[in-house]
Design a protein around this ligand. Sequence first.
Ligand code: COA
Length: 258
Amino acid sequence: MPTPMPVPSANPLPDDEAHLWIARLDDLRDPALLAAYADLLADDEAEACARYRLPERRHEHLVTRALVRTVLSRYAGDVPPRAWRFTANAYGRPEIAGPAAGGALRFNLSNTRGLVVCLVARGREVGVDVEAVDRAARCLDVADHYFAPPEVAALRALPPAAQPERFLTYWTLKESYIKARGMGLSLPLERFAFVLDPARPDSIAIEIDPALGDHPDRWQFRTLRYRHSHTIATAVERRSDDRAPIRVVARETVPLVG
Ligand SMILES: CC(C)(COP(=O)(O)OP(=O)(O)OC[C@H]1O[C@@H](n2cnc3c(N)ncnc32)[C@H](O)[C@@H]1OP(=O)(O)O)[C@@H](O)C(=O)NCCC(=O)NCCS
């Protein structure tokens, strides 16, 4: 389970940690603050933001951009939030294009109704997904369609009352993995399966079809229930020189404020 994080200091992102920053959309409605966020955006981000017709989606997009920019600047002290430049990989994953001070930083973003999250680490790929707990309606139908057979079987074996929570755990874990790989839905969701042991929540195993060109030991997964309203899953790449689990440290933030 992630633990509260101290205020960043001189060496704020050790090699053996990944930091999960959480912004609550309903706390971020002050017009002056939102104007300050808009000032951080590059032209293409502002244009993308303006294309959202629904005000809620526009707000979510704006906060997401402000979150990633302010989070990255915490770890590259001399880079102001406005200075970051981004590019997208072949599958649409945003990555740092500059300045060079951001070189080893890796991040991933997820947003859903009410919440935006940013996971960041140094020199490791990361993936994150957040979903609101009320997304678990009709969960068996969705699982039949998207999940791997062992996941569907494990879900169906649970009492009905326990199924929605397990469903969201699988869903967010699967998203965190395809996002850490940076390949989105081009990775077939039924070709990898999570194996959960409810007695050991920090022991989340993955089985991966060798055709996907990956090894289960390469990843560490965690899940977190946020305030009874959201489920968050993180995927963090492990390295051969890792001696211990990577600590995933979660903290709420108001971009530009604290
Ligand atoms: C696009 C996708 C990577 C994530 O989509 P999502 O879950 O709807 O959205 P999230 O909020 O979690 O993530 C969106 C963010 O992921 C990042 N992202 C986009 N493409 C990405 C990729 N290929 N790899 C990693 N991250 C990516 C972006 O930062 C994006 O936010 P932004 O556009 O504001 O910058 C992809 O997984 C997808 O389309 N999923 C559809 C959901 C689904 O059907 N899931 C099946 C159930 S298991």
